[in-house]
Write a protein that binds this ligand. Structure first.
Ligand code: KIV
Ligand code: ZN
Length: 501
């Protein structure tokens, strides 16, 4: 008989803290519904006191999903807890996640406090949260660097105060797998009534050990894992949901199982990557483009004879389906609707499908085959519909041995502007022309172009960072024409300026 491991997904909280990856409420609902289909047990929906947007998202996600517990993050501060409880009012199953830093570094430098005072604040926060909800999770921030004896005292005290789950974050991604496992074991052996709470892992990937540390925690008694789709998260990210789910599936002898429907992993990964404009590295375990691609002759030969020679998991088990329908210019609305639904996007409003279908036909005219990534990109394109500044037209002349020339047309809240410029390349010329219209101090800080799939007719994705008035703004553009995609990304940044217009 297998033991159950609870999956706590924090894509919409820890994952969403990545600069440039912020989602609006509608997009968060889309991801939350997909996470529900995937089978996660808990969705951490946000940090309600941090912004009205986060507050609202927790409310709307609570209304949109049924089965998973909805969790809201707080500091060990009464106001935070009040606001979180308010945001959770529509959730069928609700949890408040409160906590405080417990390492000496946090106690001394962040709180200018001492261990006894921090312990008291931890207990007080749990008791305060218990006034609102039965299910209270406590996090001991930077537990990875916290002295085990003190950590055990904190864990024991918060369980006594009513914590149902205790999270042991390796906030800085510092621990070695053996060390993190020992920490969990120490708590299991030294904390009175540890069986009254579930111990949770929350590992960051700064040294590339998040998954190994999480697994080590599970092997030593943790029964909840805090993870994100594609491992996204601050700095080097969090433990990847798909890696833990597939490790436990491939190593059934461990006797631990999750509720994850692994066949939905691939679609979830693509949706998160597309909505957050966060490309997945090609060799990323489980969900990378090359995860199941055998390129060496010896491997190909082996796989053709018998897949078990080089494949430890069936690609179909993670939802990579070679026989997926390829959409072309001849595909109808129903085929597109079906594909969107497979990818986790269902439109209640038929008008929205019509809009995506129009964009689909325009792309299919330029590209032989429209892939799943293209479809996701098209579905997300209406994010820009409400922007004040839009690209009207762009014409570029470029080539070898000549200076590039661009003329550009911009629509600013219905008013049309045109300009032209030369540059040392087509993007330079186009952006210089754009800057003649938008007379603001701005500097391009980062610029990456990536093809979505393969082939010279592919859609190029552009990520940009533009600095303006001391702030960095992140923009995204996608087009079969990479110069247009670049200008779109630049305009996306400008539309986000706090002083836009
Ligand atoms: O990494 C961390 O410590 C966190 C906590 C806020 C749970 O994300
Ligand atoms: Zn974290």
């Amino acid at each position: 008989m297998s033991e159950r491991l609870f999956v706590f997904d924090t894509t919409l909280r820890d994952g969403e803290q990545v600069p440039g990856c912020q989602l609006n409420t509608v997009e968060k609902i889309q991801v939350a519904r997909q996470l529900e289909q995937l089978g996660v047990d808990v969705i951490e929906a946000g940090f309600p006191v941090s912004s009205p947007g986060d507050f609202n998202s927790v409310i709307e996600i609570s209304k949109a999903v049924t089965w998973p517990t909805i969790c809201a993050l707080t500091r060990a501060v009464e106001k935070d807890i009040d606001v979180a409880a308010d945001a959770l009012s529509y959730a069928r199953h609700k949890r408040i996640h409160t906590g405080i830093g417990t390492s000496d570094e946090h106690i001394q430098y962040k709180f200018n406090s001492n261990r006894e005072e921090i312990l008291e604040r931890a207990v007080a926060a749990v008791k305060y949260a218990k006034r609102y909800v039965e299910d209270v999770e406590f996090y001991a921030e930077d537990a990875g660097r916290t002295d085990n004896e003190y950590l055990a005292r904190v864990v024991e005290a918060v369980i006594k105060a009513g914590a149902t789950v205790v999270n042991i974050p390796d906030t800085t991604g510092y621990c070695l797998p053996e060390e993190y496992g020992r920490k969990i074991k120490y708590l299991m052996e030294h904390v009175d009534h540890i069986d009254r709470a579930i111990i949770s892992t929350h590992c960051h990937n700064d040294l590339g050990m998040a998954t190994a540390n999480t697994l080590s925690g599970v092997q030593n008694g943790a029964r909840q894992v805090e993870v994100t789709v594609n491992g996204i998260g601050e700095r080097a990210g969090n433990t990847a949901l798909e890696e833990i789910a597939m490790i436990l599936k491939c190593h059934r002898q461990m006797g631990i199982e999750t509720n994850i429907n692994t066949r939905r992993i691939s679609a979830t990964s693509r949706m998160v990557s597309s909505l957050m404009n966060m490309p997945v590295q090609a060799n990323k375990a489980i969900v990378g483009r090359n995860a199941f691609a055998h390129s060496s002759g010896i491997h190909q030969d082996g796989v053709l004879k018998n897949v078990s020679t080089y494949e430890i998991m069936d690609p179909k088990d993670v939802g990579v389906d070679d026989t997926s329908i390829v959409l072309t210019a001849r595909s109808g609305r129903a085929a597109l609707k079906h594909r969107l639904s497979v990818l986790g996007i269902d439109y209640d409003d038929p008008g929205k499908l019509d809009k995506v279908y129009e964009r689909f036909l325009r792309l299919a005219d330029k590209k032989k085959e429209v892939t799943d990534d293209d479809v996701l990109m098209l579905a997300g394109a209406d994010r820009k519909d409400s922007h004040a500044i839009k690209l009207d037209f762009l014409q570029v002349t470029t080539g070898m041995g000549v200076r590039s020339v661009a003329s550009i047309g911009i629509d600013i809240s219905g008013q049309k502007f045109e300009e032209a410029s030369t540059g040392n390349g087509p993007v330079d010329a186009a952006i210089k022309a754009l800057k003649k219209i938008i007379l603001k101090q701005m500097t391009l800080r980062e610029f990456t172009i990536q093809a979505i799939n393969k082939g010279s007719d592919d859609v190029g994705k552009v990520h940009m960072q533009v600095e303006h008035d001391g702030h960095l703004y992140y923009g995204f553009g996608a087009n079969t024409d990479i110069v247009t995609a670049s200008v779109d990304a630049y305009i996306d940044c400008i539309n986000k300026f706090k002083t836009a217009g």
